[in-house]
Design a protein around this ligand. Structure first.
Ligand code: MRU
Length: 356
């Protein structure tokens, strides 16, 4: 997507160097950073310089590939695999991407492993772009259908950031929105602020502004009121892990929105690449929910005269709990929008979509 009229993706290779956009600085500063060691990849994921399920998968893949280049011994590969896997626990794409590399290279002689890992990492990157474009095209049909019936601006609520910054390019939940804009369908996006890290207010609104898409940031608790007052036609969110039976783990607060949408008969759509589907997990309670530092709740980062400062918004010793994700049971989900097509959140249909 474009930033200051120039095309960017979130991660790319330039003269054998892996480059990312440091998302902790957005929207105030546009900073490009090079990642060159396993530690720098681990930190970029952990500190959320890169974030969003598909993007952390691609980043981990490049991190492992560079490390395999440096030292292709099996013990180093497995150690690096475990390090990267532990950077963030909830999004399954991270482990999925690393597994895509491991399952191929461990069968190869060490001297071939580096090049092959890089090839796979590049393929994962390119496939992610294509998947997101497809999600965009399928999701566009959903928006078109609502517009045809309503014949007026389609109001869409989104949570967190599932735009191009969460993927390599285009995004998942925002891809249909970018396509709708290109097709001149009148849309307005209600952007959940998404406490505590404010990915909606900081990142989604930045993406929408850059594409000239009408939008309004709201506090997380406002969505129910808007739905009750018929100001929202559909909800559209991303996913960090989708169970094979159709339950969706996504940014904390997604569940609350889905329940209110259900109560108000507002369709609730989840856009995801199939790399987000966890075929193994049986119970939703088995999904590891990332618990983040309580400082994310009690401190705010302020930009004052070009300087960033962190300030306490309530007493330092206040006990806090900061789960980063929750699970929305399939009952509350209208449809899943994937690169392979749209389906109900039902095990047999998801399996059919995956071709098994
Ligand atoms: O904690 P984050 O910012 O990595 O969380 C991101 C989300 O919850 C997104 O909605 C999800 O990864 C889907 S993005 C395509």
């Amino acid at each position: 997507m474009k930033v200051n009229k120039k095309d960017y993706s979130t991660i790319w290779v330039e003269k054998n160097k892996v480059k990312i956009i440091d998302q902790t600085k957005l929207p105030f500063k546009f900073v490009i950073k090079e990642l060159s060691s396993l530690k720098s990849f681990f930190n970029a994921i952990k500190k959320m310089e890169v974030r969003g399920a598909p993007l952390i998968g691609v980043t981990a893949a490049f991190g492992l590939a560079l490390e395999v280049y440096r030292n292709p011994n099996k013990s180093n590969i497995l150690k690096s695999y475990r390090t990267l896997c532990n950077s963030r626990p909830t999004a399954i794409n991270l482990k999925w991407a690393l597994d895509e590399i491991i399952k191929v290279i461990l069968k190869m002689p060490p001297e071939q492993r580096g090049l092959e890992s890089m090839k796979i990492a590049n393929k994962i990157r390119n496939d992610d772009i294509n998947s997101c474009k497809q999600i965009g095209k399928y999701g566009l049909e959903v928006i078109k259908k609502i517009y045809k019936k309503k014949k007026k601006c389609v109001n869409i609520l989104t949570h967190c950031n599932a735009g191009w910054l969460a993927t390599v390019d285009w995004g998942t939940a925002l891809a249909p929105i970018f396509y709708a804009k290109k097709k001149k369908i009148p849309i307005h996006i209600w952007v959940d602020e998404t406490r505590p890290r404010n990915q909606g207010a900081l990142l989604t609104s930045w993406e929408l502004k850059n594409e000239n898409i009408s939008h309004t940031v709201i506090v997380d608790n406002a969505g129910g009121h808007l739905m009750q007052n018929k100001q929202i036609d559909m909800c559209l969110v991303g996913s960090d892990r989708t169970t094979i039976s159709g339950n969706v783990c996504n940014k904390i607060g997604t569940y609350l929105k889905a329940v209110v949408a259900y109560e108000n008969k507002i369709p609730f759509f989840v856009a995801l690449p199939t790399s987000t589907i966890d075929k193994k997990i049986k119970k939703i309670s088995d999904i590891p929910i990332e618990l983040r530092d309580g400082d994310e709740l009690s401190k705010v980062n302020l930009k004052i005269k070009n300087k960033f400062i962190s300030m306490n918004v309530y007493a330092k010793d206040t006990p806090t709990l900061n789960p980063a994700f929750d699970v929305t049971p399939k009952k509350f989900i209208t449809k899943l929008i994937t690169e392979k097509g749209i389906c109900d959140p039902k095990q047999e249909l998801i399996k059919k979509l995956l071709g098994n």
